[in-house]
Design a protein around this ligand. Structure first.
Ligand code: A2P
Length: 309
């Protein structure tokens, strides 16, 4: 199965007991065929229950849905990899994943209580294990493919430099299928996008709508961008739909991961049956600000992206 280019993001999709219906509606009524999940989202059990209901209903089969999960930063020891994958499979009630990603290239220190966020009060940063490289765990990721637990393996939040290390490291037999990064109107990832295209790798866009976090943190309101709104008016679509279509038109190797639990917006995010013309694409490309909404790594004290301090 080729990866469906529009996914439903599941991070903070809603309270566990409330996500059955948005997932069912998205899959059965709107035709979503791709769910983006992760160990760290702490809701894989709830997503698994929702998926089971969908499969039990009989309208959609397991093999019609692409399911991605990701291994978290405190689980980078080679011996963690299969264990974590099996845990995600158990929680999601699946016997294989379509895609399994290394969530971040930074490795958190082991703690006696297996803390996923081992914050160091003394430094105000996350405790990082600098002796371990994500390259060390990659052969274990590859084994998941040969054992049939996952169909594809990939990475998230990786820089070009790190992807180049993967390209030339003799231990790497399967190159990453994709790199999932923040990508939207204000962070268009041109260099990474061209690199991924050149390598035949998908670039998956998280926070494709600017994350909604401007509401809390005073960040720019991407969906209120004047150029985006102008183009939306020209074609009689919403800024959200135009933003998503813009990303899809940037490259055939782009995958978008919008998250919504609202049926109207879920529909808007997948009904992208229109085309932006060259002039509209060019005007939107000029909106680039190299602006990040998501600063997790900076908050941890790690300069993952190279532009984060
Ligand atoms: P909601 O779940 O209430 O629809 P991102 O995918 O960039 O992280 O953004 C997710 C945020 O954007 C959520 O707050 C979501 O809220 C909102 N959202 C999702 N789709 C749309 C849309 N088409 N238009 C406006 N806001 C949207």
């Amino acid at each position: 199965m080729e990866i469906p280019r529009i996914a439903l993001g599941t991070y903070a999709l809603g309270d566990d007991e409330k996500i059955n219906e948005p997932i069912r509606y998205a899959i059965e009524e709107l035709g979503y065929r791709h769910l983006d999940c992760a160990e760290f989202y702490l809701n894989e059990k709830a997503v698994g229950t929702a998926l089971k209901h969908v499969f039990d209903n009989g309208k959609v089969k397991r093999e019609d849905i692409w399911v991605t999960s990701k291994i978290w930063n405190h689980h980078h020891r080679p011996e963690d990899v299969e264990k974590c994958c099996r845990q995600s499979l158990k929680d999601l009630q699946l016997d294989y994943l379509d895609l399994y990603l290394i969530h971040w290239p930074c490795t958190f220190a082991d703690t006696p209580d297996n803390n996923p966020m081992p914050f160091d009060e003394a430094t105000g940063k996350m405790k990082i294990d600098n002796n371990r490289s994500v390259l060390d765990m990659w052969p274990e990721m590859e084994k998941l493919v040969s054992s049939g637990l996952v169909k594809h393996i990939g990475v998230s939040n990786f820089s070009i430099e790190l992807l180049e290390r993967f390209r030339f490291d003799p231990r790497v037999k399967i190159q990453p299928y994709c790199n999932q990064v923040e990508c939207n109107l204000y962070m268009q990832q041109e260099a990474l996008r061209m690199y991924c295209e050149f390598r035949g790798m998908y670039l998956e866009c998280y926070s494709p709508l600017g994350s909604g976090s401007w509401k809390q943190k005073g960040q720019p309101n991407l969906l209120g961008d004047p150029v985006l709104c102008e183009v939306a008016n020209e074609i009689g679509r919403t800024p959200g739909a135009v933003e998503l279509k813009f990303l899809l038109q940037l490259s055939p190797k782009i995958v978008i991961l919008p998250k919504s639990s609202n049926p109207t917006r879920q529909k808007e995010n997948i009904c992208l049956d229109f085309t932006l013309n060259d002039d509209q694409m060019e005007r939107l490309k000029k909106c680039e600000r190299c602006y990040r909404y998501i600063h997790d790594a900076r908050d941890w004290g790690v300069n993952v992206h190279g532009d984060d301090f």
